[in-house]
Design a protein around this ligand. Sequence first.
Ligand code: ADE
Length: 264
Amino acid sequence: APPHDDSKLKASEESLSASNRPISTVLIIIAMQTEALPLVNKFQLSQAVDPVFPKGVPWVRYHGTYKDLNINIMWPGKDAVLGVDSVGTVSSSLLTYASVQALQPDLIINAGTAGGFKAKGACIGDVFLASEVAFHDRRIPIPVFDLYGVGLRQTCSTPNILKDLNLKVGKLSTGDSLDMCPQDESSIIANDATVKDMEGAAVAYVADLLKVPAVFIKAVTDIIDGDKPTTEEFLENLAAVAAALEQAVAQVIDYINGKCITEL
Ligand code: ADE
């Protein structure tokens, strides 16, 4: 009999069974300490001492069990030289990669704050579940490279979460700047984004690379098309909005407990 390659069939069977058994290990990627700590307290997680990460990196893992879930919150930690949170796409993609390799999660949740566009329905304190994510600061005006730069990705489909929980839905656009220059603004409009962050599309890239379903929960700290300067508004609202984010992530965690990816 001719040899036949059934590796593709096996792979699809495996991924089918992975999405059809209850979610067990959850990886939550959060860039800022102020965003992470309310959730660490809520789920009574403890800081891991085991060396799942290379020696000397500032990355921090908080872990514990909550109901039937093994919860891991990963925070990229403080910059070794400057002492501020390691925000942005570079550290979040590295952290996501290393965390997935170490923990083999069933689901990734990228949670954090974001800027919102009031013209697209965003208000301070709103929490959005992103329907798709893309970059707005990777301009490569050569055919097809332009699309690679934008890096549009669909997020894990969650119709039941949207039906049952009180979250808004919108597109997320990611870039490495808190402010917004005119070129970024054009790309964000082209991306049809309601919220703008500094990690989402990078986490989505790694999740896609390693074939792990990912969802993006973003709470609005500042209105980009409003009157207040972004930095002021962001810092003013950060703590209160981190509490709103905590509530929303906790609701999602309660919701996914005992469910499969296909039931979300
Ligand atoms: N996080 C919170 N506000 C933001 C903004 N305006 N842009 C990017 N990331 C943010």
